[in-house]
Design a protein. Structure first.
Length: 461
């Protein structure tokens, strides 16, 4: 996988949050750093290791597990607050041990010097660990820059809730309505701890020299520029998807490689049997938990759209499927518990992606030129859906009535993307984004340059 290699290399730790959608971009960033000759150790916690299927990551890239104390806790016995506190206390101890071990290892005295800790933005306390151990650190954002900026405006008191007017124009952002804000601001039922967690990211953000974002300049141009003007050292380094779907520079980089779920292998054969652009791919990512009623509306919305569909229904959600749904759909639909999403999105049979607007899913669809039906679920999804529809103009967003989305609305949105001239425009726009995504990651592209700059700085420190 290595592109370049020379002397005087750095060793970089990449510490991620053990959830699929947060692991994937950080793993990809690690691969890019390794491909530029850095030694990278991906660090994650024991709570992920139980279900993690590790892959091969090639030269210069390895994984270490540190304890977050979860092995001593019975599942479901803690509140969210207790769990957050335990992870911080226990991980701090084990991360310090790991850093000391690496510093004392033979590599440290030879070629690779431990220099930097990249940490998931939700764990800003990791910066103190790094600095106390004599290395530098910086956060990695697995959410859009727009969402980070909305949080920033809330932190600074520029965004106040409830909104004084139906639409708010915040610096760097398009006009936003309440429904476009992350759900921890807009949903009155959301646990306030999520706002606390979101605000913690700013506790030491003005102390760091590097802030990495899984996005690319053209995609979030306005907001990235605005954040940079606030003296925040933001570096867009994405889209963080395997190289074989973008610049094809990293030969063996065909998938993310670290899976918490087992993909179903039937998908490709099934897709091969369908006509070009005839399939709706539907997935709500790794965490979404829809109500049984909403699940049924979704099932019939897909079915009644009169298009073929491939639907990911995770094992834990399967009981919400309508009775005998499998028999009813016959050849028209395939329901799987997990798939290799990138391969599916890249398949010519796929004509549209019905998505919960998780940040990775949206980036993947844009990078592969697939138009979307956005059906946001929670967290940052509403803001991503706003951008899909109104900023990138690559799809539609379902309308919510009294807290849910009807099957009629779902079918109508699918038909708009699959069957109309407007749908053709969405596809054309998505194909332009695909080229721009490739361009950003290719040698000399905006994201590639940012990664190069970081690597070059590491060599000098
Ligand atoms: N994914 C996958 N197979 C599936 C569903 C999802 O590989 O069947 C991957 C998808 O490619 C993405 C990640 O899981 O990289 C989900 O991340 P996202 O941010 O979209 O949603 P989250 O799971 O965080 O809500």
């Amino acid at each position: 996988m290595a592109e370049k290699n020379g002397g005087n290399q750095s060793h970089i730790l990449v510490f991620f949050f053990p959830v699929q959608g947060h692991m994937n971009p950080m793993v990809q960033f690690s691969k890019r750093l390794a491909s530029k000759g850095q030694k990278v150790t991906i660090v994650t916690t024991t709570s992920a290791s139980k279900s993690m299927k590790t892959g091969s990551f090639g030269r210069n890239l390895n994984i270490e597990l540190v304890s977050d104390g979860s092995e001593h806790v019975q599942q479901g016995s803690e509140t969210m607050k207790q769990s957050v506190e335990r992870v911080q206390t226990e991980t701090t101890k084990s991360l310090v041990e790991l850093i000391k071990k690496i510093k004392n290892s033979s590599d440290a005295n030879e070629k690779y010097l431990l220099k930097f800790l990249v940490y998931h933005y939700s764990m800003p306390w990791a910066l103190n660990i790094a600095r106390e151990q004599g290395i530098d650190g910086g956060p990695f954002y697995t959410t859009p820059a727009s969402v980070k900026t909305i949080c920033y405006h809330f932190h600074k008191g520029v965004l106040k809730l409830p909104l004084e007017e139906p639409t708010k124009k915040l610096p760097g952002l398009p006009p936003l309505q309440l429904e476009d804000l992350p759900s921890f601001f807009s949903d009155p039922n959301s646990d306030p701890i999520f706002v606390d967690i979101a605000m913690q990211q700013f506790s030491n953000l003005n102390e760091v020299k590097w802030i990495f974002h899984s996005t690319f300049e053209k995609l979030e141009n306005e907001v990235l520029e605005w954040m940079a003007n606030q003296n925040l050292p933001i570096k867009a380094i994405g889209p963080t998807i395997p190289s074989m779907f973008l610049d094809k520079k990293l030969e063996d980089d065909k998938d993310y490689g670290l899976n918490l779920f087992e993909p179903n292998v039937e998908c490709t054969e099934w897709l091969d049997s369908k006509e070009t652009g005839s399939v709706v791919y539907a997935s709500f990512g790794s965490l979404a938990n829809l109500t049984k009623e909403q699940f049924e509306e979704l099932a019939w919305g897909l079915y009644n759209s009169n298009h073929n569909f491939l639907w990911v229904v995770r094992e834990s959600e399967k009981e919400k499927l309508p009775t005998n749904f499998g028999d009813r759909i016959a050849e028209k639909g395939l329901v799987v518990t997990w798939c290799t999403q990138l391969q599916v999105l890249a398949h010519k049979a796929v004509g549209c992606f019905l998505t919960h607007c998780g940040w990775n899913s949206a980036l993947e669809a844009l990078s592969l030129g697939v138009p979307m039906v956005g059906m946001p679920h929670r967290a940052d999804h509403p803001t991503v859906a706003k951008y899909v529809k109104d900023v990138w103009k690559v799809g539609v967003r379902v309308k919510v009535k009294e807290g849910s989305v009807t099957k009629e609305e779902i079918s109508a949105c699918i038909r708009q993307v699959m069957d109309t001239d407007k749908g053709m425009e969405f596809r054309k726009a998505a194909l332009v984004w695909k080229e721009w995504a490739k361009e950003a990651m290719a040698e000399g592209g905006s994201s590639d340059k940012n990664i190069e700059e970081f690597v070059a700085k590491m060599k000098l420190t």
